[in-house]
Design a protein around this ligand. Structure first.
Ligand SMILES: [Fe+2]
Ligand SMILES: [Fe+2]
Length: 135
């Protein structure tokens, strides 16, 4: 079984964002697999940056839509994104410095953050975007 699986509990009602969330899950599974298969630092480091980069891309895609439709809760939502990006960047630089290895705890933290954020903050925009004709 995959480490994290996209399911209907994560459905935010907007196709482009559901697709991006599925990709986030796929990248996190890739990191989980790389760790469990005992891949080298180089492979794990590049999977970790791939996940970080895609996260940044996805957050900016949501934020573009917030701006486009003047989503009232954009600032608080963006603050959550910024906080997570900072934490992932921190992990990445600790990893590069050799003072951090990808652990089950780190993977659990990322998984929990992603699921909680999608189920609360992202789902909160579902009705708003639907009312703007986005699906
Ligand atoms: Fe999202
Ligand atoms: Fe979000």
């Amino acid at each position: 079984m995959a480490f994290i699986e996209w399911n209907s509990a994560l459905d935010v009602g907007v196709g482009e964002f559901n697709d991006q969330h599925k990709e986030l899950c796929a990248l996190l599974n890739k990191l989980f697999d790389a760790m469990h298969q005992g891949k080298g630092r180089e492979v794990i480091g590049s999977v970790l940056s791939g996940l970080g980069d895609y996260t940044v891309y996805h957050f900016s895609a949501e934020e573009k839509r917030f701006a486009e439709f003047a989503y009232p809760n954009a600032a608080a939502h963006k603050a959550e994104h910024d906080d997570f990006v900072r934490r992932v960047e921190e992990l990445r630089s600790k990893y590069d410095a050799g003072s951090f290895t990808v652990t089950v705890e780190a993977l659990d933290f990322i998984k929990k953050w992603i699921s909680d954020h999608i189920m609360k903050a992202d789902k909160a925009y579902a009705a708003f975007f639907r009312s703007k004709g986005l699906s």
